[in-house]
Ligand binder design. Sequence first.
Ligand code: CA
Length: 227
Amino acid sequence: MRLLVVEDEPKLARFIQHGLTEESFTVDVARDGEEAVERATRTSYDLVILDLMLPRMDGFAVCRALRSAGCETPILMLSARGVVQDRVKALELGADDYLTKPFVFSELSARVRALLRRRQPTALLTLTVGSLTLDPITRVVKRGDRRVDLTQKEFALLEYLLRHSGQVVTRTMIAEHVWGFNWDRLTNVIDVYVNHLRRKIEGADEPRLIYAVRGAGYIIRDSDESA
Ligand code: CA
């Protein structure tokens, strides 16, 4: 899943980005309010973490701008000020939750997951294709009874394919959602990662799951359902 972190303090932005990346989210960072609005209206994020005090446009103005542009992405506001009025105003402007700085990472992570679950009740359910399962909460991947160890990027790639199970996903879609940007030279990188992933999830005696679709991209599907 792809998240946008809007935070002007580089150290804190890196801390949040690093922690959420470790949890297999794809994380973009915007450093001011205008950049946040531009990115969030151009890209479909699953969640926005929005600092209140920002250069150019504060978090309240960003929240208002996004909601009036019809953007319904869940917003988690961050603020150094534990003022009740700020919290009320944020929620009135359409933020979904509010977290006061300083916070421990585990609380941020728990709030993010709670918001994702609230917005998309199926977002954190175990994903399955054939005998392969991926649990987005524990991040355990299994092929039958065999546990599969994946790197963060391999996990994010597999999760993306599974969320579009039975559909062709293009390399552009994969680049945007798993790597967080689109870059032509990423095509080769994606092919390399798909091959690594296949080697791990498709054992010698196990049915194939990931197929290349010539000129289009990749599809993950149960071989028994092949038409
Ligand atoms: Ca700030």
